[in-house]
Design a protein around this ligand. Structure first.
Ligand code: SF4
Length: 274
């Protein structure tokens, strides 16, 4: 039965009621709205968030320094449990010394350990780098292969590293599910999966394939600069209106603005009118 306009109006609270009722917290309103979100609604929201992130971080990029696919694979292996800044401080000397897969395959273990010691877990990482060089020489004529299937068979290269290399050195779209990426897409309720491979497939179904590599950079940039694990800058966040976790961090604009990090801060604050 069609509800008449007059009965719909009479169902509205009086002005006295609306003043007396405490405002529902925005996070709760968002949560309720999200509970009813359809699969199509989720795709639209996810793509809208990706477009907003593109405006926020037009220069998002891989933050590891490299000039060849092999260098990127090595830098990504070294980035496990280590900051990109530290890796970038370590790799110039390493890359000058070890230029080819053959160089890694024939490396003196103790000498290589000294080069990569600052990145932590240097014994395991040395094993991976020497093993990687040997596998490349034995199976791929010393060249890094350019498919996910081949890359993940190499020592030290899991799915995450393979996607970084594919997306940034070979131009093949790839989704990089690191800790920031997984944390943020769960916060956004794109998925609640914890398994990185499942997250990769679910996000891959939401976002256009050509966007995968840049989406990965943008999400990781946002995680490092705005949506921190402990205190996300919700009150100064460009994604606030589409984020079901708005309110997980301070919503006061000035308090939130002070939490934003990085060279894009001024631009990010301008986008939200601060
Ligand atoms: S900072 Fe807050 S509003 Fe922005 S994406 Fe993170 S949780 Fe959501």
């Amino acid at each position: 039965m069609r509800v008449s306009e007059s009965s719909a109006v009479s169902a509205l609270p009086t002005s006295a009621e609306s003043v007396a009722a405490p405002p529902e917290p925005r996070a709760a309103v968002k949560k309720n709205a999200r509970a009813k979100e359809t699969p199509t609604g989720l795709v639209r929201r996810a793509r809208r968030m990706n477009r907003t992130l593109a405006l926020a971080f037009p220069d998002a990029h891989c933050e590891l320094d490299f000039t060849t696919p092999l260098e990127l694979a090595v830098a990504t292996i070294l980035s496990a449990q280590c900051t990109d800044v530290r890796v970038n401080q370590t790799t110039p000397a390493l890359f000058a010394k070890y230029r080819s897969a053959q160089d890694y395959a024939g490396a003196d273990r103790a000498e290589m350990e000294e080069y990569i010691r600052p990145t932590g877990f240097f014994r395991n990482k040395t094993n991976s780098l020497i093993g990687l060089g040997q596998a490349l020489v034995e199976r791929y004529d010393g060249e890094l292969p350019n498919t996910l299937e081949d890359l993940v068979t190499l020592p030290g290269i899991g799915r995450k590293t393979a996607n970084v290399v594919l997306g940034n050195a070979f131009g093949v779209p790839g989704i990089t599910v690191d800790t920031h990426f997984g944390r943020l897409v769960r916060r956004w309720n794109w998925t609640q999966e914890e398994d990185p491979v499942k997250v990769e497939h679910i996000v891959g179904a939401l976002i256009e394939r050509k966007e995968w590599t840049m989406l990965s950079h943008r999400v990781i940039f946002h995680g490092r600069r705005v949506c921190h694990a402990r205190k996300p800058a919700c009150g100064a966040c460009v994604l606030a209106k589409d984020c079901p976790s708005y309110g997980a961090g301070p919503t006061d604009p000035a308090t939130a603005a002070a939490l934003i990090k990085g060279p894009e801060t001024e631009h990010l604050l301008e986008l939200v009118g601060l």
